[in-house]
Ligand binder design. Structure first.
Ligand code: IMP
Length: 425
């Protein structure tokens, strides 16, 4: 059985918790996009982790964690993260790093700051954009290059040549050398070299044996490089529509696709956000939901649930089930609002605009749903939820035409209602 866990909003939906929950039944967990811009919160036996590149499979023995071709990998971050997980587990999780995954180099991070390009977008400044850009420009360094020192140095030298011609005034760039970079890379990579291999073949074989494979998405549909709120997006395909390519398997069939969405909406960084709550209500949600970025610590912008955006994400992720997270945060709100349409220049629309300028002009048209007061964090059955909470979930499920598979009512793994992929009762 293959399952994909996919973000339906602007990231931070709680994919970490959901993947960690499902990973124990998998043989392989595959992170397929992004890099250390992600911060997946995982609570493993009471210890809280913000994982950045290593998929949640690492926490279980016998599960291979794959860093797939669609990712950009920062080896120094990987080394640190792996070390922390090894210390926590007292064993070394098995990793498989796709040979053709690109590497984030120190100059990618420098470039983001030098160019200032990340500032307006509010990137995580982890070198993501410049690394993907080098991939497209065919001047990137790939994991496979680490296996041959002279090839690595030759590629680095060609890249540095271009870089230093473009940035003669940047001391930090000018002092880089191919051999120095190769030394640093290989020091960080040393323990991972045996893990670099043919990831598409391994994933294909595991799936062919009928063993569980879990695909762990990073970021969310609205940050997709092509279909998100461009240019306020990340630089990878974040959606199910991009998964086959990101893992290198054309004939990919993922039976269960879990679209993860918070019970409200958050966004970090710049860009339009029609249902954003400015002022007290937004601050209330930010505090109640501890809405601060795992990677950067930045406060997240908060707002009501946006069904127009979720419709758009539904087309991209084709979810067969929804995981609704942080429902408990809405407890105590008298009147919950949900956006079913936008008003754009006086016209009601339900299609998510492609133009960022238009999206910024959209005014949400809300419907109100009655809230609930009872603490729901101890509940483990869908039927035990207050009727108002079920009514709210029904609005989401029926509007999107997707069943509710999981409801998260607290941060710990146990604080979860699993209805399965059958209709929630
Ligand atoms: P980048 O991916 O660092 O280039 O950042 C581009 C945009 O995506 C910025 O708005 C970031 O805040 C956002 N972003 C990237 N990764 C994540 C994530 O894991 N969660 C939430 N937002 C993210």
């Amino acid at each position: 059985m293959a399952i994909a866990v996919l973000g339906m909003q602007w990231g931070d939906e709680g994919k970490g918790k959901v993947t960690h929950l499902l990973a124990k039944d998998a043989k392989m967990v595959v992170r397929f996009n992004g890099g250390p811009n992600a911060g997946h919160t995982v609570i493993d036996r009471g210890v809280k982790f913000g994982t950045h590149q290593i998929p949640a499979g690492a926490f279980y023995p016998g599960v291979t964690s794959v860093l797939a071709s669609g990712m950009v990998i920062d080896l120094s971050v990987l080394r640190e993260e792996y070390g922390k997980i090894v210390e926590h587990l007292g064993r070394k999780p098995e990793l498989l790093i796709a040979e053709n995954a690109h590497l984030i180099m120190p100059y990618h991070r420098l470039l983001e700051d030098l160019e200032g390009s990340g500032k307006a977008i509010g990137t995580t400044r982890r070198g993501i954009g410049p690394a993907y850009r080098d991939r497209a420009a065919r001047i990137g360094i790939r994991a496979i290059d680490l296996l041959n020192r002279s090839r690595l140095e030759a590629r680095l030298s060609a890249r540095l040549n271009l870089l230093q011609r473009a940035w003669p005034q940047a001391e930090a760039i000018m002092k880089l050398s191919a051999s120095g970079l190769a030394d640093d890379l290989l020091t960080s990579a040393q323990q991972f070299l045996p893990s670099i291999g043919d990831a598409p073949a391994a994933i294909e074989q595991t799936m062919a044996r009928g063993e569980g494979v879990l695909f762990e998405g990073a970021q969310g549909a609205l940050l997709d490089v092509d279909y998100g709120t461009y240019p306020y997006v990340t630089s990878s395909a974040t959606v199910y529509a991009g998964l086959a390519h990101a893992v290198g398997i054309g004939d990919l069939h993922v039976e269960r696709r879990l679209g993860v969405t918070k019970a409200y909406t958050t966004r970090v960084g710049g860009g339009p956000f029609p249902t954003e709550l400015i002022g007290k209500e937004g601050e209330w949600l930010q505090t109640a939901g501890s809405e601060y970025g795992v990677t950067t610590g930045r406060p997240r912008r908060c707002g009501w649930l946006d069904l127009v955006a979720l419709h758009h994400a539904t087309r991209l992720n084709a979810p067969t089930g929804l995981a609704i997270t942080k429902l408990d945060i809405l407890t105590g709100i008298e009147e919950i609002k949900v956006c079913r349409a936008y008003s754009l220049r006086g016209r009601e629309i339900t299609a998510f605009p492609t133009s960022t300028e238009d999206l910024a002009l959209c005014e949400p048209i809300y419907e109100s749903v009655v809230g609930w007061d009872d603490d729901i964090s101890d509940l483990r059955k869908y039927a035990d939820l207050p009727s108002a909470a079920r009514a709210y979930l029904n609005v989401i499920s029926s509007e999107l035409g997707v069943l509710i598979a999981i409801v998260s009512v607290g941060p710990s793994p146990e604080e979860t209602i699993i209805t399965g992929f059958d209709r929630a009762k």
